[in-house]
Design a protein around this ligand. Structure first.
Ligand code: NDP
Ligand code: 2IT
Length: 445
């Protein structure tokens, strides 16, 4: 079966040239599912794997907008509707200059298995643009979002495709996107996008969900080994939505987060990151992390630092793909780190994942550990469909239960395949099995 899987990977690389992140995401799943295909040979006959690797639909479009100087600007927009065997396409929108088709495909592919693990009836998709939000005015961001939605709305629907946020897309952008959708379609269709502000049908707890969920997953992981989060020293890369709420929950549970970062540098704060200050800088002022050290004497900012050199018990990469390399993994292990949990999507390179495994560091892959965000998005869809908002407590309780379930499913599935303790196998196999069964039952589509 190994050679068969390798052939498929080669075919994916040939059919999708110059998309290394997509090849990597596919490779990670393929490396895990050999034993499943041996157990269920009908999946081979139904060409489930080949069908999973070919998106249902890939949409690319021009996004024209006008900047504050009146100059015309052109960006490229994407939406990859990857697989809807389990429900409407669901996944975020990323605005970042590094976005191209290969990034959107890797994210969309990951999303299939992540969404499958949530067990909430959502398919996989992802979108975005190479638009750079940095330094743009409020008006520019709004005009960009409106132009982006002027094309994207053609492909959306609460039962068709439901986007949300990702890098540089939060409640502000989601609000502008929703407003334009409503204006063009004349439909107040709240279920068409998630991550909305509560005033326009968003759920309470979505902003916190990915970071909190990741920490709930860590609690389960440590709990299964007779350990607790309390008293642990942590490092969290990034300082955006996922990072902020991972830090908040870690500290609420009695851990201390001594470092966080952005694309320019690292903050060290031995007494533990002041989350209120971090929120003020990142959410209210939309400023850079260097301002944290400027505002707080006890903290240090290093422009060229590498956060993974900071000794810690728990490391949470929460910024972007391929940000934690093999040398970083070795350094973390050498410094006594016991667990790494991915808040971001695919932040750990395959070589680093292997190095962590060799060193006995517990590793939680993003498709399991960061599934809390999309899970709460699915709860937002449920609230929108029922026109019935939930309390923060109810959402948080459901998130906690979902993360516990995902942990249990990953853990037991890995065990069933003789790979106990390997969450990468557990997550990929469990996610793959559910979506495969749904595909087989729907025939050749
Ligand atoms: P934000 O835009 O809120 O924050 C992103 C953070 O990552 C910033 O600190 C940013 O620094 C840093 N970053 C972004 N791109 C790069 C890069 N190329 N190199 C170095 N640092 C970078 O995004 P989120 O917190 O929402 O997303 C973070 C990660 O979590 C992403 O991988 C995303 O796909 C994943 N994720 C997000 C979910 C969500 O609900 N938001 C759900 C599940 C996963 P700077 O400001 O300097 O660019
Ligand atoms: O990567 C992700 O899971 C997200 N960016 C969230 C997707 C969603 O639909 O909430």
């Amino acid at each position: 079966m190994g050679a068969w899987v390798e052939d498929i990977h080669e075919e994916v690389v040939d059919r999708n040239p110059h998309e290394p992140e997509f090849h990597q995401a596919v490779g990670e799943v393929l490396a895990c599912i050999g034993p499943v295909l041996e157990r269920y040979p009908e999946l081979v006959r139904y060409k489930v794997v080949q069908r999973l690797c070919e998106p249902d639909r890939q949409i690319m479009f021009r996004v024209p907008w006008q900047d504050d100087q009146g100059e015309f600007q052109i960006n490229r927009g994407f939406r990859v509707e990857f697989n809807n065997a389990l429900g409407p396409y669901k996944g975020g929108l990323r605005f970042h200059p590094s976005v191209y088709l290969g990034i959107v495909k890797f994210l969309g592919f990951e999303q299939i298995f992540k969404n499958s693990l949530t067990d909430l009836g959502i398919g996989g998709g992802k979108g975005g643009s190479d638009f750079d939000s940095k330094g743009k005015s409020e008006g520019e961001i709004m005009r960009f979002c409106q132009s982006y939605m002027t094309e994207l709305y053609l492909h959306l629907g609460e039962r068709t495709d439901v986007p949300a946020g990702d890098i540089s897309v939060g409640p502000r952008e989601i609000g502008y996107l929703f407003g334009q959708y409503k204006r063009i379609t004349n439909r107040y269709e709240t279920g068409v996008i998630t991550g909305k502000d509560a005033a326009i049908g968003g759920t309470l707890g979505r902003v916190e969900a990915t970071g909190y969920g990741c920490v709930y997953f860590i609690e389960e992981m440590l709990g299964a080994r007779g350990q607790v989060v309390e008293g642990k020293t942590c490092t969290v890369s990034g300082s955006g939505n996922v990072a902020i709420y991972a830090i908040e929950k870690l500290q609420e549970l009695g851990a201390k987060v001594v470092a966080c970062s952005d694309s320019r540098g690292v903050i060290h704060d031995e007494q533990g990151i002041d989350v209120q200050l971090l929120k003020q800088i990142k959410e209210e002022k939309r400023a850079r992390i260097s301002e944290y050290a400027a505002a707080l004497d006890r903290a240090q900012y290093t422009g060229s630092g590498n956060i993974w050199e900071t000794p810690c018990d728990l490391a949470l990469p929460c910024a972007t793909q391929n940000e934690l390399h093999e040398t970083d993994a070795n350094k973390l292990a050498e410094n006594g780190c016991i667990a790494v949990a991915e808040g971001a999507n695919m932040p750990t390179t395959p070589e680093a994942v292997q190095a962590l495994g060799r060193a006995g560091v517990i590793f939680a892959p993003g498709k399991a550990a960061n599934a809390g965000g999309v899970a709460v998005s699915a709860l937002e869809m449920r609230q929108n469909a029922g026109r019935e908002p939930w309390s923060f407590g109810a959402v948080d309780k459901a998130l906690r239960a979902t993360m516990k379930d995902i942990h249990r499913v990953c853990h037991t599935t890995a065990g069933e395949y003789g790979l106990a303790d390997d969450y990468v196998y557990g997550a990929n196999i469990a996610g793959f099995l559910k979506v495969s069964r749904a595909m087989v039952s729907q025939g050749l589509v």
